[in-house]
Design a protein around this ligand. Structure first.
Ligand SMILES: [Fe+2]
Length: 433
Protein backbone atom coordinates (compact mmCIF):
# COMPACT_ATOMS: atom_id res chain seq x y z
CA UNK A 1 0.00 0.00 0.00
CA UNK A 2 2.75 2.40 0.98
CA UNK A 3 4.72 1.35 -2.07
CA UNK A 4 1.71 2.00 -4.29
CA UNK A 5 1.43 5.48 -2.86
CA UNK A 6 5.14 5.97 -3.32
CA UNK A 7 5.01 4.97 -6.94
CA UNK A 8 2.08 7.30 -7.48
CA UNK A 9 3.86 10.12 -5.73
CA UNK A 10 6.98 9.58 -7.75
CA UNK A 11 5.19 9.54 -11.03
CA UNK A 12 3.19 12.62 -10.20
CA UNK A 13 6.24 14.38 -8.83
CA UNK A 14 8.10 13.71 -12.03
CA UNK A 15 10.72 11.58 -10.29
CA UNK A 16 11.80 8.03 -10.90
CA UNK A 17 13.47 5.70 -8.45
CA UNK A 18 14.80 2.26 -9.17
CA UNK A 19 18.03 0.51 -8.20
CA UNK A 20 19.75 3.82 -8.28
CA UNK A 21 18.11 7.06 -7.32
CA UNK A 22 17.80 9.33 -10.33
CA UNK A 23 16.66 12.87 -10.53
CA UNK A 24 15.44 14.33 -13.79
CA UNK A 25 16.02 17.94 -14.62
CA UNK A 26 15.78 20.23 -17.61
CA UNK A 27 18.49 19.27 -20.11
CA UNK A 28 19.87 22.75 -20.26
CA UNK A 29 20.81 22.57 -16.60
CA UNK A 30 24.55 22.10 -16.20
CA UNK A 31 25.67 18.60 -15.37
CA UNK A 32 26.93 18.40 -11.85
CA UNK A 33 28.45 15.99 -9.39
CA UNK A 34 25.96 14.25 -7.12
CA UNK A 35 24.69 17.05 -4.90
CA UNK A 36 24.31 16.63 -1.19
CA UNK A 37 21.06 18.50 -1.42
CA UNK A 38 18.22 18.66 -3.90
CA UNK A 39 18.54 21.52 -6.39
CA UNK A 40 16.80 24.80 -5.74
CA UNK A 41 16.24 24.01 -2.08
CA UNK A 42 16.82 26.57 0.59
CA UNK A 43 18.57 25.27 3.68
CA UNK A 44 17.16 26.82 6.80
CA UNK A 45 19.01 27.26 10.05
CA UNK A 46 16.79 24.57 11.56
CA UNK A 47 17.05 22.06 8.75
CA UNK A 48 14.54 19.27 8.90
CA UNK A 49 12.43 20.89 11.60
CA UNK A 50 8.96 20.23 10.26
CA UNK A 51 5.91 20.85 12.38
CA UNK A 52 2.18 21.15 11.82
CA UNK A 53 2.37 24.87 11.08
CA UNK A 54 4.95 24.29 8.38
CA UNK A 55 2.92 21.47 6.85
CA UNK A 56 -0.17 23.68 6.81
CA UNK A 57 1.81 26.26 4.82
CA UNK A 58 3.45 23.75 2.48
CA UNK A 59 2.49 25.82 -0.57
CA UNK A 60 4.71 28.65 0.67
CA UNK A 61 7.72 26.34 0.40
CA UNK A 62 7.25 24.78 -3.02
CA UNK A 63 10.87 23.59 -3.03
CA UNK A 64 10.07 21.09 -0.28
CA UNK A 65 8.23 17.78 -0.59
CA UNK A 66 7.26 17.17 3.04
CA UNK A 67 5.23 13.97 2.87
CA UNK A 68 4.60 11.10 0.49
CA UNK A 69 1.89 13.27 -1.06
CA UNK A 70 3.94 16.48 -0.58
CA UNK A 71 1.58 18.22 1.90
CA UNK A 72 -0.66 17.37 4.83
CA UNK A 73 -3.53 16.51 2.52
CA UNK A 74 -1.42 14.32 0.27
CA UNK A 75 -2.33 16.25 -2.87
CA UNK A 76 0.78 15.22 -4.81
CA UNK A 77 0.52 18.67 -6.40
CA UNK A 78 3.64 20.75 -6.84
CA UNK A 79 3.21 24.52 -7.27
CA UNK A 80 6.59 24.70 -9.03
CA UNK A 81 6.28 25.86 -12.62
CA UNK A 82 9.72 25.40 -14.15
CA UNK A 83 8.71 22.06 -15.61
CA UNK A 84 5.57 22.27 -17.69
CA UNK A 85 3.84 20.62 -20.65
CA UNK A 86 6.01 22.63 -23.01
CA UNK A 87 9.39 21.47 -21.74
CA UNK A 88 8.73 18.14 -20.05
CA UNK A 89 9.98 16.37 -23.17
CA UNK A 90 13.41 17.92 -22.74
CA UNK A 91 14.08 16.43 -19.31
CA UNK A 92 17.27 14.50 -19.03
CA UNK A 93 19.66 12.91 -16.59
CA UNK A 94 21.12 15.24 -13.96
CA UNK A 95 22.72 13.19 -11.17
CA UNK A 96 22.68 9.82 -9.53
CA UNK A 97 23.31 8.48 -6.07
CA UNK A 98 24.48 4.89 -5.76
CA UNK A 99 22.53 3.00 -3.11
CA UNK A 100 25.24 0.35 -2.99
CA UNK A 101 25.14 -3.39 -3.09
CA UNK A 102 23.16 -5.44 -3.58
CA UNK A 103 21.66 -3.89 -6.70
CA UNK A 104 18.05 -4.91 -6.45
CA UNK A 105 14.56 -3.58 -7.16
CA UNK A 106 14.08 -0.38 -5.24
CA UNK A 107 10.98 1.63 -4.52
CA UNK A 108 10.84 4.26 -1.83
CA UNK A 109 9.36 7.53 -0.67
CA UNK A 110 11.71 10.43 -1.21
CA UNK A 111 11.03 13.30 1.15
CA UNK A 112 12.72 16.62 0.43
CA UNK A 113 13.09 19.07 3.30
CA UNK A 114 15.47 22.01 3.51
CA UNK A 115 17.70 20.80 0.76
CA UNK A 116 18.00 17.18 1.87
CA UNK A 117 16.33 14.25 0.16
CA UNK A 118 15.45 11.45 2.53
CA UNK A 119 14.79 8.03 1.08
CA UNK A 120 15.14 4.41 2.04
CA UNK A 121 17.80 2.15 0.58
CA UNK A 122 18.55 -1.47 0.03
CA UNK A 123 18.59 -4.25 2.62
CA UNK A 124 16.13 -5.24 5.26
CA UNK A 125 13.83 -2.57 6.52
CA UNK A 126 11.77 -3.78 9.42
CA UNK A 127 8.67 -1.93 10.56
CA UNK A 128 6.75 -2.10 13.80
CA UNK A 129 3.20 -0.77 13.82
CA UNK A 130 1.76 0.34 17.14
CA UNK A 131 -1.83 -0.86 16.98
CA UNK A 132 -2.83 1.54 19.75
CA UNK A 133 -1.72 4.77 18.09
CA UNK A 134 -1.40 3.86 14.45
CA UNK A 135 2.20 5.07 14.49
CA UNK A 136 4.69 3.21 12.39
CA UNK A 137 8.06 2.94 14.11
CA UNK A 138 10.89 1.84 11.87
CA UNK A 139 14.61 1.60 11.44
CA UNK A 140 16.89 1.14 8.50
CA UNK A 141 20.54 0.32 8.36
CA UNK A 142 23.42 0.15 5.95
CA UNK A 143 27.12 -0.26 5.47
CA UNK A 144 28.03 3.43 5.52
CA UNK A 145 27.92 5.74 8.54
CA UNK A 146 25.56 6.54 10.08
CA UNK A 147 24.86 2.84 10.10
CA UNK A 148 21.38 3.08 11.60
CA UNK A 149 18.42 5.46 11.49
CA UNK A 150 15.26 5.42 13.57
CA UNK A 151 12.02 7.02 12.46
CA UNK A 152 8.31 7.45 13.05
CA UNK A 153 5.50 7.73 10.54
CA UNK A 154 2.29 8.95 12.10
CA UNK A 155 -1.22 7.62 11.56
CA UNK A 156 -1.69 10.12 8.73
CA UNK A 157 1.22 8.56 6.83
CA UNK A 158 3.53 11.48 7.55
CA UNK A 159 7.20 11.03 8.33
CA UNK A 160 7.32 12.90 11.63
CA UNK A 161 10.64 11.77 13.03
CA UNK A 162 13.91 10.50 11.59
CA UNK A 163 17.25 10.52 13.39
CA UNK A 164 20.64 8.83 12.92
CA UNK A 165 21.77 6.40 15.62
CA UNK A 166 25.46 6.02 16.40
CA UNK A 167 26.85 2.50 16.12
CA UNK A 168 30.45 1.24 16.23
CA UNK A 169 30.07 -0.23 12.74
CA UNK A 170 27.61 -1.83 10.33
CA UNK A 171 25.16 -4.06 12.17
CA UNK A 172 22.36 -6.46 11.26
CA UNK A 173 19.28 -5.58 13.30
CA UNK A 174 16.31 -7.62 12.16
CA UNK A 175 13.57 -6.34 14.43
CA UNK A 176 12.83 -3.68 17.01
CA UNK A 177 10.55 -3.35 20.02
CA UNK A 178 8.58 -0.51 21.53
CA UNK A 179 6.74 0.48 24.68
CA UNK A 180 4.20 3.20 25.30
CA UNK A 181 6.88 5.91 25.41
CA UNK A 182 10.06 4.35 24.02
CA UNK A 183 11.49 2.61 21.00
CA UNK A 184 14.06 -0.12 21.63
CA UNK A 185 16.79 -0.63 19.05
CA UNK A 186 19.57 -3.17 19.20
CA UNK A 187 23.26 -3.69 18.49
CA UNK A 188 23.92 -7.43 18.49
CA UNK A 189 27.36 -9.04 18.21
CA UNK A 190 26.52 -10.89 15.00
CA UNK A 191 27.38 -8.77 12.02
CA UNK A 192 29.04 -8.68 8.65
CA UNK A 193 32.72 -9.57 8.69
CA UNK A 194 34.41 -6.17 8.11
CA UNK A 195 37.28 -7.50 5.95
CA UNK A 196 34.92 -9.37 3.66
CA UNK A 197 32.50 -6.48 3.59
CA UNK A 198 35.28 -4.25 2.31
CA UNK A 199 35.53 -6.65 -0.66
CA UNK A 200 31.79 -6.53 -1.27
CA UNK A 201 31.00 -9.87 0.38
CA UNK A 202 28.30 -10.13 3.01
CA UNK A 203 29.17 -12.86 5.51
CA UNK A 204 27.91 -12.61 9.06
CA UNK A 205 29.91 -13.81 12.07
CA UNK A 206 29.10 -14.04 15.76
CA UNK A 207 31.45 -12.32 18.24
CA UNK A 208 30.89 -13.94 21.65
CA UNK A 209 33.40 -11.54 23.25
CA UNK A 210 31.11 -8.56 22.60
CA UNK A 211 27.95 -7.77 24.57
CA UNK A 212 24.46 -7.53 23.19
CA UNK A 213 23.25 -3.94 23.50
CA UNK A 214 19.70 -2.63 23.69
CA UNK A 215 19.21 1.06 22.96
CA UNK A 216 16.26 2.85 24.57
CA UNK A 217 15.19 6.10 22.92
CA UNK A 218 12.05 8.16 23.54
CA UNK A 219 9.70 7.67 20.61
CA UNK A 220 10.46 11.18 19.38
CA UNK A 221 13.91 11.33 20.94
CA UNK A 222 17.01 12.89 19.39
CA UNK A 223 20.10 10.86 18.53
CA UNK A 224 21.77 11.88 21.79
CA UNK A 225 18.81 10.70 23.87
CA UNK A 226 19.43 7.01 23.28
CA UNK A 227 20.67 4.99 26.27
CA UNK A 228 22.43 1.70 25.72
CA UNK A 229 22.22 -1.28 28.10
CA UNK A 230 24.54 -4.30 27.89
CA UNK A 231 23.51 -7.94 28.13
CA UNK A 232 24.88 -11.42 27.46
CA UNK A 233 26.09 -11.90 23.87
CA UNK A 234 23.48 -13.38 21.55
CA UNK A 235 21.53 -12.56 18.44
CA UNK A 236 17.81 -11.89 18.40
CA UNK A 237 15.81 -12.28 15.24
CA UNK A 238 12.44 -11.38 16.73
CA UNK A 239 11.18 -9.54 19.77
CA UNK A 240 7.71 -10.50 20.95
CA UNK A 241 6.84 -7.37 22.93
CA UNK A 242 8.07 -4.74 25.40
CA UNK A 243 6.47 -2.67 28.11
CA UNK A 244 7.14 -0.26 30.97
CA UNK A 245 6.89 -1.39 34.59
CA UNK A 246 7.78 1.24 37.20
CA UNK A 247 11.41 2.23 36.68
CA UNK A 248 11.99 -0.66 34.31
CA UNK A 249 11.60 -1.39 30.66
CA UNK A 250 10.99 -5.06 29.99
CA UNK A 251 11.68 -6.55 26.60
CA UNK A 252 10.88 -10.11 25.58
CA UNK A 253 12.01 -12.06 22.55
CA UNK A 254 14.01 -15.08 21.51
CA UNK A 255 17.56 -15.46 22.85
CA UNK A 256 19.81 -17.57 20.65
CA UNK A 257 22.11 -19.96 22.51
CA UNK A 258 24.01 -20.64 19.28
CA UNK A 259 23.76 -17.71 16.87
CA UNK A 260 26.32 -19.17 14.44
CA UNK A 261 25.73 -22.91 14.02
CA UNK A 262 29.00 -24.68 13.24
CA UNK A 263 27.65 -27.38 10.94
CA UNK A 264 26.83 -26.39 7.41
CA UNK A 265 25.11 -29.71 6.82
CA UNK A 266 25.65 -32.16 3.96
CA UNK A 267 24.63 -29.70 1.25
CA UNK A 268 27.03 -26.92 2.17
CA UNK A 269 26.02 -23.26 2.14
CA UNK A 270 22.45 -24.06 1.10
CA UNK A 271 21.93 -26.11 4.23
CA UNK A 272 23.71 -23.53 6.33
CA UNK A 273 20.99 -21.02 5.49
CA UNK A 274 18.46 -23.38 7.08
CA UNK A 275 20.67 -23.97 10.11
CA UNK A 276 20.66 -20.22 10.72
CA UNK A 277 16.87 -20.36 10.94
CA UNK A 278 16.21 -23.72 12.62
CA UNK A 279 15.13 -23.08 16.19
CA UNK A 280 16.65 -26.25 17.64
CA UNK A 281 20.01 -25.54 15.97
CA UNK A 282 20.11 -21.92 17.07
CA UNK A 283 18.73 -22.88 20.52
CA UNK A 284 16.17 -20.09 20.49
CA UNK A 285 14.37 -19.62 23.81
CA UNK A 286 11.82 -17.08 24.97
CA UNK A 287 13.81 -14.61 27.08
CA UNK A 288 13.26 -11.47 29.13
CA UNK A 289 15.62 -8.47 29.28
CA UNK A 290 15.08 -5.87 32.02
CA UNK A 291 16.51 -2.34 32.05
CA UNK A 292 16.19 0.01 35.00
CA UNK A 293 16.05 3.57 33.67
CA UNK A 294 16.89 5.06 37.08
CA UNK A 295 19.74 2.86 38.31
CA UNK A 296 20.98 1.62 34.94
CA UNK A 297 20.90 -1.98 36.22
CA UNK A 298 20.05 -4.84 33.92
CA UNK A 299 18.72 -8.35 34.45
CA UNK A 300 17.85 -11.14 32.06
CA UNK A 301 16.36 -14.61 32.24
CA UNK A 302 15.00 -17.41 30.10
CA UNK A 303 11.23 -17.72 30.25
CA UNK A 304 11.11 -21.19 28.73
CA UNK A 305 13.31 -24.20 28.03
CA UNK A 306 11.45 -24.89 24.80
CA UNK A 307 13.13 -24.03 21.50
CA UNK A 308 10.58 -21.79 19.82
CA UNK A 309 10.68 -18.69 17.62
CA UNK A 310 8.44 -16.61 15.34
CA UNK A 311 6.22 -15.55 18.22
CA UNK A 312 3.16 -13.36 17.79
CA UNK A 313 0.90 -11.64 20.30
CA UNK A 314 -2.51 -10.01 20.42
CA UNK A 315 -1.43 -6.73 18.82
CA UNK A 316 -3.86 -4.76 20.99
CA UNK A 317 -1.34 -5.38 23.80
CA UNK A 318 1.68 -4.20 21.80
CA UNK A 319 3.96 -1.99 23.90
CA UNK A 320 1.96 -2.73 27.03
CA UNK A 321 1.93 -5.44 29.73
CA UNK A 322 0.82 -8.75 28.26
CA UNK A 323 0.88 -12.48 29.02
CA UNK A 324 0.71 -14.63 25.95
CA UNK A 325 3.06 -15.39 23.09
CA UNK A 326 2.11 -17.87 20.35
CA UNK A 327 5.30 -19.31 18.89
CA UNK A 328 6.36 -22.09 16.54
CA UNK A 329 8.39 -25.24 17.10
CA UNK A 330 10.44 -26.55 14.22
CA UNK A 331 11.22 -29.74 12.36
CA UNK A 332 14.68 -30.59 13.80
CA UNK A 333 17.38 -28.99 11.65
CA UNK A 334 14.92 -27.32 9.30
CA UNK A 335 13.23 -23.98 8.90
CA UNK A 336 9.81 -25.62 8.97
CA UNK A 337 7.19 -25.11 11.68
CA UNK A 338 5.71 -28.39 12.92
CA UNK A 339 3.80 -27.16 15.96
CA UNK A 340 2.61 -24.28 18.13
CA UNK A 341 3.38 -23.32 21.72
CA UNK A 342 1.38 -20.82 23.73
CA UNK A 343 3.68 -19.27 26.36
CA UNK A 344 2.22 -17.65 29.47
CA UNK A 345 4.90 -15.14 30.51
CA UNK A 346 3.33 -14.67 33.95
CA UNK A 347 3.03 -18.30 35.07
CA UNK A 348 5.47 -20.04 32.74
CA UNK A 349 2.72 -22.43 31.67
CA UNK A 350 2.94 -23.72 28.12
CA UNK A 351 0.29 -25.27 25.95
CA UNK A 352 1.27 -27.17 22.79
CA UNK A 353 -0.20 -28.39 19.56
CA UNK A 354 1.78 -30.69 17.25
CA UNK A 355 0.85 -31.04 13.60
CA UNK A 356 0.97 -34.52 12.12
CA UNK A 357 4.28 -35.44 10.42
CA UNK A 358 4.67 -33.72 7.06
CA UNK A 359 2.35 -30.81 7.91
CA UNK A 360 3.90 -27.41 8.52
CA UNK A 361 2.35 -24.08 9.44
CA UNK A 362 3.31 -20.42 9.17
CA UNK A 363 3.64 -17.92 11.99
CA UNK A 364 0.11 -17.43 13.36
CA UNK A 365 -1.96 -14.30 13.02
CA UNK A 366 -3.81 -13.41 16.24
CA UNK A 367 -7.35 -12.21 15.49
CA UNK A 368 -9.15 -10.85 18.57
CA UNK A 369 -12.73 -12.15 18.82
CA UNK A 370 -15.11 -9.25 18.07
CA UNK A 371 -16.46 -8.08 21.40
CA UNK A 372 -13.85 -10.00 23.39
CA UNK A 373 -11.75 -8.26 26.04
CA UNK A 374 -9.49 -11.00 27.43
CA UNK A 375 -6.04 -11.12 25.85
CA UNK A 376 -6.50 -14.70 24.64
CA UNK A 377 -10.14 -14.31 23.63
CA UNK A 378 -8.93 -14.53 20.08
CA UNK A 379 -8.38 -16.84 17.12
CA UNK A 380 -5.05 -18.02 15.81
CA UNK A 381 -5.02 -18.15 12.03
CA UNK A 382 -2.32 -19.95 10.08
CA UNK A 383 -1.75 -21.39 6.62
CA UNK A 384 -0.47 -24.93 6.42
CA UNK A 385 1.30 -27.00 3.82
CA UNK A 386 0.49 -30.71 3.91
CA UNK A 387 3.19 -32.64 2.07
CA UNK A 388 1.33 -35.94 2.55
CA UNK A 389 -1.84 -34.88 0.75
CA UNK A 390 -0.27 -32.19 -1.47
CA UNK A 391 -2.57 -29.42 -0.26
CA UNK A 392 -2.72 -26.32 1.87
CA UNK A 393 -5.31 -25.16 4.36
CA UNK A 394 -6.21 -22.08 6.36
CA UNK A 395 -6.42 -23.44 9.91
CA UNK A 396 -8.00 -21.67 12.88
CA UNK A 397 -7.39 -22.30 16.59
CA UNK A 398 -9.00 -20.80 19.66
CA UNK A 399 -6.22 -18.90 21.43
CA UNK A 400 -7.45 -19.87 24.89
CA UNK A 401 -7.38 -23.57 24.00
CA UNK A 402 -4.55 -24.17 21.56
CA UNK A 403 -3.93 -27.72 22.75
CA UNK A 404 -7.34 -28.95 21.56
CA UNK A 405 -6.37 -28.30 17.98
CA UNK A 406 -8.05 -26.48 15.12
CA UNK A 407 -11.69 -25.44 15.30
CA UNK A 408 -12.00 -24.61 11.61
CA UNK A 409 -10.24 -25.45 8.35
CA UNK A 410 -10.61 -24.14 4.81
CA UNK A 411 -8.78 -25.75 1.91
CA UNK A 412 -6.83 -23.42 -0.34
CA UNK A 413 -7.08 -23.78 -4.15
CA UNK A 414 -3.41 -24.76 -4.40
CA UNK A 415 -0.66 -26.01 -2.17
CA UNK A 416 1.47 -23.03 -1.22
CA UNK A 417 5.02 -22.68 0.02
CA UNK A 418 5.61 -23.02 3.73
CA UNK A 419 5.29 -19.53 5.13
CA UNK A 420 7.03 -17.51 7.76
CA UNK A 421 5.78 -14.16 9.04
CA UNK A 422 2.18 -13.13 9.37
CA UNK A 423 0.05 -10.69 11.29
CA UNK A 424 -3.63 -9.96 11.63
CA UNK A 425 -5.31 -6.62 11.02
CA UNK A 426 -9.04 -5.86 10.91
CA UNK A 427 -10.14 -5.20 7.34
CA UNK A 428 -11.48 -1.74 8.17
CA UNK A 429 -8.04 -0.72 9.44
CA UNK A 430 -6.42 -1.43 6.09
CA UNK A 431 -6.69 1.43 3.65
CA UNK A 432 -8.14 0.39 0.34
CA UNK A 433 -9.26 -2.99 1.64
FE1 LIG B 1 11.79 -11.85 10.55
Amino acid sequence: MLIDQVCGALMRAGCLLCCTALLLAVKSAPAAAPPAAAPHAAVSSTAGAVDETRLEAADSEPQNWFTAGRDKDGTYYSPLTSINAGNVGTLGFAWAYDLGDPQRGQEATPIVVDGVMYTSGTWGYVYAVDAATGELLFFNYGTNAPYLHYGVVDAGNRLVHYVPIDLPGPRLPHDMAYTEHYAILNDMPLFWEPELLARGRYASRFHPDLPSRLGVIPRRGASADIRWFEFDPTYVLHWTNAYESGEEIIVEGFFQGCPEPASAGPNGPKDKMFRFLAQDTMQTRLHRWRMNLVTGQTREEDLSEACTEFGTINSGFGGRPYRYTYAATNEPGWFLFNGLVKHDSQTGREERYQFEPGVFCSEVGVAPRPGGTAEDDAYLVTLTVDMNRDLSECVVFRAHDVGSGPVARARLPERIASGTHSCWAPGDSVRGW
